[in-house]
Write a protein that binds this ligand. Structure first.
Ligand SMILES: Nc1nc2c(ncn2[C@@H]2O[C@H](COP(=O)(O)OP(=O)(O)OP(=O)(O)O)[C@@H](O)[C@H]2O)c(=O)[nH]1
Ligand SMILES: [Mg+2]
Length: 450
């Protein structure tokens, strides 16, 4: 038994809700003995094996009995694939911890480590690795774009493509290994070099098509960066706060107040619905500011590099070295008595809100004018998936090179090793095909040894 399997026998417990107060809070548990754990703390738990029910429960706590809602989900048709339950209790953080502690003090449950419920779902085959990554990405998502990317990852599209390729490679590999292992058996028909080449070419083509047609998870995740830039004291941070509708950045009459790039999601109204961007307040620079540390400068340069849209801010309508032909030019502080509007600049005030609506519209239009958004149907590849698919293609090319040009395979062991490498890479995306399974294909499909 592997360490992971031995581990999986314990019942794990966690408060599954975010910290803080709420109407309800969830404590969840999973493991083969989950029924026993629940029975020891819930006086209303019926006898017999766990059944799929939603019922009222009563948890025994040191402070007294706590009424709760109990959802019991027997394995294997549960999230983790094991017997599991969820307790919905009044949403006070201390109560959640007390319930979790009560479950743990039964002596047959322990607190779960981060991601352990999803790890169990993966170990029991309820989720592929790619789908588990999608769950993690969903939890971490900050913007709609990130949520959309995560849901595409959860759908397991790339995993299904990789699975199909792995199936095809495993079938071909079974034939190659049959040729190696049973060359003395007359009725074993090993694959010819040309058939093998055609088969491998077909798989390589499908993997390359996947790589070319795919949308990168990183690209899909990133809402466009809209960066406020310009000279120090131009009023960038004040505008940043005004656009967000809350005070996020420090505003002060001291050049070089902002030392860091602040990034916040901002939702704008587009003609076809909401448009989401990441609004960035970058440190100001005009070449005369002293004390702008190297780190702040680097953050600013990085923000400018990632900017899809720049909002060039200036209180007197003079260009700075941040300007760019595609910048939206904003003349700030229009409420001041000394303000003189300059042609071609949009007058705004963070104090009166002057020009902010027009600025929002211009940003939304600029963002919509960027490259068309990714299709919701495409395959999403995280960087890890792309690397694994690239690796699989390289292994398959090595296999092709080892086939040789003769009537029989020149180096069958090398071909098989390279194909195992390809399987290993493909298996890294969704799940592995075990060496035993390759052997099973030989015995299952060919009449070996009668
Ligand atoms: N009256 C008025 N004052 C403003 C407005 N926007 C900014 N200010 C003032 O201008 C000064 C500089 O504003 P900030 O928003 O901190 O300027 P910044 O461009 O972020 O400056 P750095 O962070 O140093 O690059 C502050 O004293 C603000 O109160 C505005 O719309 N109207
Ligand atoms: Mg600032």
């Amino acid at each position: 038994m592997s360490g992971a399997q031995a581990h999986a026998r314990e019942v794990i417990v966690a408060v599954a809700s975010a910290s803080g107060r709420a109407a309800v809070l969830m404590v969840r548990a999973s493991g083969p003995d989950a029924s026993d754990v629940l029975r020891r703390v819930d006086s209303r738990m019926p006898f017999g094996p766990m059944r799929r029910v939603v019922r009222a429960g009563e948890i025994e706590l040191p402070i007294g009995r706590l009424p709760c809602l109990v959802l019991t989900m027997p394995g294997p048709a549960s999230y983790t694939g094991e017997d599991s339950f969820e307790l919905l209790v009044p949403g006070h953080p201390t109560l959640g911890l007390a319930v979790a502690r009560a479950l743990e003090t039964t002596g047959i449950a322990r607190s779960a480590s981060p991601g352990e419920f999803t790890l169990r779902a993966f170990e029991s085959g309820r989720l592929t690795l790619e789908q588990a990554e999608g769950v993690a990405a969903t939890i971490a998502a900050r913007t709609d774009a990130e949520l959309r990317a995560a849901s595409m990852l959860r759908a397991g599209v790339v995993g299904r493509g990789a699975d199909a390729a792995a199936e095809a490679v495993a079938d071909l590999l079974a034939l190659v290994e049959a040729g190696i292992d049973f060359t003395d058996q007359e009725d074993v028909v090993a694959i010819t070099p040309s058939d093998l080449r055609v088969g491998i070419d077909r798989v390589t083509t499908s993997l390359r098509a996947m790589l070319q047609g795919a949308i990168s998870m990183e690209r899909l995740e990133s809402a466009p960066w809209v960066v406020l830039c310009g000279a120090p004291n131009a009023g960038k941070s004040a505008l940043f706060n005004a656009l967000l509708g809350r005070t996020r950045a420090v505003v002060a009459d001291v050049a070089g107040t902002t030392r860091d790039a602040l990034v916040e999601p901002l939702r704008l109204d587009g003609p076809d619905g909401p448009v989401e961007v990441l609004l960035v307040d970058a440190p100001g620079v005009d070449g005369t500011v002293h004390g702008l540390d190297a780190l702040g400068q680097r953050m600013r340069d990085e923000a400018m590099r990632r900017a899809c849209v720049r909002i060039e801010c200036s209180h007197d309508g003079t260009w700075t070295r941040d300007s760019d032909p595609s910048s939206i030019c904003v003349q700030t502080q229009s409420d001041r008595a000394s303000f003189r509007a300059v042609d071609g600049w949009l007058a705004t005030s963070a104090i009166t809100g002057d020009g902010l609506e027009t600025l929002r519209e211009r940003v939304a239009a600029a963002v919509l004018g960027l490259a068309a958004p990714a299709s919701a149907e495409g395959v999403v590849l995280a960087e890890r998936h792309r690397a694994l698919l690239d690796e699989a293609v390289l292994h398959l090319q090595a296999a092709l090179a080892a086939i040789g040009s003769g009537r029989v395979l020149a180096h069958p062991e090398l071909v098989a090793a390279a194909m195992h490498g390809a399987l290993e890479s493909l298996g890294g995306i969704a799940g592995r095909i075990a060496p035993d399974d390759i052997l099973g294909r030989i015995f299952g499909r060919f009449c070996v040894g009668k």
